[in-house]
Write a protein that binds this ligand. Structure first.
Ligand code: FEO
Length: 394
């Protein structure tokens, strides 16, 4: 069922209440999501993006109830990833001649995924425009590496709507569609989680792109991303947030993260957390067990932190595999401007702290020398080093 966005622009996407994970199992979905597609009905009829592959037949059937598919003059594919291009095969089976406007990289991505089917691609670059009648046009803006090489945004003049694709999105199901109707805590929780886990590796490009878009002197009445709520109430609020998030973001928070075998490393984690609060009562302290907490939620808390403490016991001359995997993910996310300390228990060889320090450094953290390395269970004599470690972190 279509939902009006503004004037002749409608939402025709899919609200994915059941979705539990995204990018395989690499991104947890806790509050549903959506794949937003848009129908523009001016003198020309334009479809902007589609939905994820499993929903392709429903998408086409629903679209048929709204419009004669043959009336679609142009399809805009802002991004080739299958959560937005996944219905193209079903749609193009019905209207094979309809031109698809996208970047050169998107042609490669779409043909790479679905094969060369002879579709009528029209390659566009930043600044290219497409007249859609009634005095309105679409302006294309390449969004390279935000977050794929093919990513693009489309701006509609007249109604001043930026169809931003993944940028400014959230994995968040909002039946009411708009940001002012959404639960504000969840909206921002999901927006920052999305930024952390999808866009943070590309923060330097985000910062540059925001400056470039600002230089285009466009007015934004609505920012319509391809996931989650549409920003119609003060849409620039999310642009301002992105400008903050893209600039080595941190809050007055320290996050303690660990895994444990027999709870010795847990005891150190909790003592560090207590000491942070004691030394700096205004600092927000959060503690997560890597094997019990959601990794994307932990990463979001790391993104908000000025420092972290990471713990693992020594196992087979190394660290727990859960912590090793976590470190690999942290490295991918390219956090900036964050200090880190290492801690852990051991029974005999005791390499974990040194390995944690090396891998934290490799992941881009500023690692402090102070550490807690405790033989068997931590005694008060081991924990006596906690205040000095915390002093460096706060
Ligand atoms: Fe929402 Fe990059 O796909």
């Amino acid at each position: 069922m279509r939902k009006q966005v503004k004037n002749n622009v409608s939402w025709v996407g899919y609200i994915d209440w059941e979705l539990e994970t995204f990018h395989g199992d690499d991104y947890s979905i806790l509050n549903g999501s959506s794949q937003n597609a848009y129908l523009v009905e001016e003198e020309k009829t334009v479809l902007i993006d589609t939905v994820w592959t499993p929903h392709r037949f429903d998408f086409v059937e629903n679209l048929k109830k709204e419009i004669d598919l043959k009336k679609i003059d142009y399809i805009i594919a802002n991004h080739g990833e299958c959560d937005h291009s996944g219905a193209l095969t079903a749609l193009m089976a019905e209207i094979p001649e309809t031109p698809i406007y996208c970047t050169a990289q998107a042609v490669k991505s779409i043909e790479g995924q679905y094969g060369k089917r002879g579709w009528n691609f029209n390659v566009v670059k930043t600044g290219d425009t497409l007249e859609i009648g009634n005095g309105k046009k679409l302006v294309f803006v390449e969004m390279k590496m935000l977050h794929w090489p093919d990513s693009m945004a489309t701006y509609m003049t007249g109604d001043n709507i930026l169809f931003s694709n993944d940028a400014f999105g959230q994995h968040f199901a909002v039946e009411e569609l708009f940001n002012d109707k959404a639960n504000q805590c969840l909206l921002y929780k999901e927006a920052i989680k999305y930024y952390t886990n999808i866009l943070n590796p590309f923060s330097p490009l985000v910062a540059k792109k925001l400056v470039e878009i600002e230089g285009m002197n466009l007015q934004f009445d609505i920012i319509a991303p391809s996931h989650g709520a549409i920003w119609r109430d003060n849409p620039l609020q999310i642009v301002k947030k992105y400008a903050e998030w893209a600039n080595a973001y941190q809050e007055n928070q320290i996050t303690v993260i660990y895994d444990t075998m027999w709870e010795g490393t847990t005891k150190i984690a909790h003592r560090i957390a207590e000491e942070i609060h004691k030394q700096s009562p205004d600092t927000v302290v959060k503690v997560f067990s890597i094997s019990k907490a959601d990794k994307n939620e932990i990463m979001t808390e790391v993104f908000k932190s000025k420092a972290i403490a990471l713990g693992s016991p020594t196992v087979s001359n190394s660290i727990l595999s859960s912590v090793a995997g976590w470190l690999e993910f942290a490295k991918q996310l390219k956090f900036k401007n964050k200090r880190a300390a290492a801690f852990g228990c051991y029974g005999w060889s005791g390499e974990s702290v040194k390995i944690l320090q090396e891998r934290l450094r490799d992941a881009g953290f500023e690692v402090i020398d102070e550490n807690i390395r405790s033989l068997w269970n931590p005694e008060e004599s081991d924990l006596a080093a906690v205040p000095a470690l915390v002093e460096k972190l706060v």
